[in-house]
Design a protein around this ligand. Structure first.
Ligand code: FES
Length: 91
């Protein structure tokens, strides 16, 4: 997959069920909500405090401590093999 893409773009392009990306990656819809696997959260990092992402996550359903919005996670080689879990509900 191409560098410079977000995980949301990668997932929707590859037809991953459960990642919708309705707003096209502008951090406005939260339908790209994912739970990052515990083993990966350090490498992925948490949303920056006060960022649009952390604001929006508060409105997503079923969030956990490792919730991220996939459109805000860049696809970089270091994250190759990243394990994500999908929330039960995606709106
Ligand atoms: Fe809409 Fe990520 S795609 S918030």
């Amino acid at each position: 997959l191409a560098d410079g893409w977000s995980l949301m773009q990668g997932a929707t392009t590859n037809g991953v069920d459960g990642i919708l990306g309705e707003c096209g990656g502008s951090c406005a819809c939260a339908t790209c909500h994912v739970h990052v696997d515990d083993a990966w959260i350090e490498r992925v990092g948490l949303p920056e405090e006060g960022s649009m992402e952390s604001d929006l996550i508060q409105f997503a359903e079923g969030t956990t401590e490792t919730s991220r919005l996939a459109c805000q996670i860049p696809m970089v080689p270091e994250l190759d093999g990243l394990v994500l879990h999908l929330p039960e509900l995606q709106h």
